[in-house]
Design a protein around this ligand. Structure first.
Ligand SMILES: C[S@@+](CC[C@H](N)C(=O)[O-])C[C@H]1O[C@@H](n2cnc3c(N)ncnc32)[C@H](O)[C@@H]1O
Length: 232
């Protein structure tokens, strides 16, 4: 799967791309991730990509031309037919595990990271297929949201995680939150691991985990329980 990330701060991505699962997915060619500097598509000697908003008001807005040219460059001459252009914006659809699963089946994603007051509306009208928000709050730029999208999508590409089960039995995929996890030692500062987990009785362990997941979800995210019951 290919990702192009268009940004004015390419340097922000180096740590994220060079560690853990993202690094492995890149090395094994499961994910071809390219960071594209929007300023390479600027038209003046100052490498400007933004300008003042028409109608007045605060801040600066990304001009359309550099973004159009950056996206055309990412698509390439032949292009991958099933390519989606995604704008990270607080005005978009709120990101979720379901969307991550859907995006992990798209062969080519182009992610546009906004800054300042955002991007010229003509970019949204003519170029963008999907607007994605990572939550109801405002960040200074789209780079962290792009990392969130990238990380959550890459780990769902078949082969990216060592164990496929990890993405099946986890929060949201089951419709509930995950059950509590314990590791060694069996006792730590007077707190012991639940006896059932040491019993070796797999049927009991499975039942206990199911009950715990339901309890946790009822406490922390009751609306997920309601939704799951409605689906069944
Ligand atoms: C300061 S924000 C712009 C906010 C915009 N003027 C508004 O009120 O909706 C600058 C950039 O950060 C990114 N951004 C900020 N919050 C975000 C969020 N919750 N989800 C996705 N992107 C976000 C977007 O790319 C946005 O263009």
């Amino acid at each position: 799967m290919r990702f192009d990330i268009i940004t004015v701060f390419p340097e922000l991505f180096s740590g994220v791309l060079d560690c853990g699962i993202l690094r492995r997915a890149r090395q094994s060619s499961l994910a071809d991730i390219r960071i594209v500097n929007l300023r390479d598509f600027a038209r003046d000697k100052h490498k400007s990509v933004d300008d003042r908003p028409y109608g007045g008001g605060e801040g600066m807005v990304f001009m359309p031309a550099p973004i159009f040219e950056a996206v055309e460059y990412c698509r390439g001459e032949k292009g991958i037919p099933e390519c989606q252009v995604v704008l990270l914006t607080p005005q978009g659809t709120v990101w979720s595990q379901n969307l991550a699963a859907e995006f992990s089946t798209i062969p080519h994603l182009i992610l546009i990271c906004g800054r300042y007051e955002g991007v010229d509306q003509r970019v949204i009208d003519c170029l963008v297929d999907r607007e994605v928000s990572i939550g109801d709050f405002v960040l200074t730029g789209g780079e962290i949201p792009a990392m969130v999208v990238l990380d959550s999508v890459v780990r769902l590409i078949p082969g990216a995680l060592g164990c496929r089960e990890s993405t099946i039995n986890e929060s949201f995929t089951t419709g509930l939150l995950d059950y509590p996890q314990y590791t060694r030692p069996a006792e730590f500062r007077g707190r012991v691991v639940p006896e059932v987990l040491l019993s070796g009785d797999h049927a009991r362990i499975k039942k206990w985990r199911k009950e715990q997941a339901l309890e946790k979800t009822k406490r922390a995210r009751p609306e997920l329980v309601t939704r799951k019951l409605a689906q069944n």
